[in-house]
Design a protein. Structure first.
Length: 131
């Protein structure tokens, strides 16, 4: 008997980057995952790179929750580049990650396409969204 796990919520388990890398590799081997919640898991840019690869090649992820991690701008850019190629993602939640300031064009592009909590950036960065 084969089981296909389509929803996985491991929020708040502090699994870190190494487990996220292995998880992404496993999902890519059997791409049926639709909803993945990795919030509050101490994910950094290293984990973001694997998540970006997952978004590029899985073709099934519809919702990815990454709030309250440690993804900085470089990891965010990797994810942004990946979702440009992704046709299935409907929800990307990255609030409360230190994604950085002064990235007005990229942030505006993402906020227009995906469901976002504006707390993904600090107050100074948020004020720059108002052209």
């Amino acid at each position: 008997m084969t089981y296909n796990l389509t929803n996985l919520n491991i929020e708040g388990n502090n699994v870190g980057d190494n487990i996220v890398v292995k998880l992404c590799d496993t999902i890519l081997e059997r791409p049926v995952m639709k909803i993945l919640n990795l919030s509050q898991n101490m994910i950094t840019n290293k984990g973001a790179w694997s998540l970006a690869e997952l978004l590029k090649y899985s073709g099934t992820i519809e919702a990815l929750y990454l709030k309250w991690n440690y993804i900085k701008w470089r990891g965010g850019v990797q994810i942004i580049d990946a979702i440009r190629e992704n046709t299935t993602l409907l929800i990307l939640e990255v609030s409360f990650n230190p994604l950085g300031e002064n990235k007005k064009p990229q942030i505006k592009e993402i906020t227009q396409k995906y469901e976002f909590d504006i707390n993904m950036i600090d107050n100074q960065g948020a004020s720059q969204l108002n052209y």
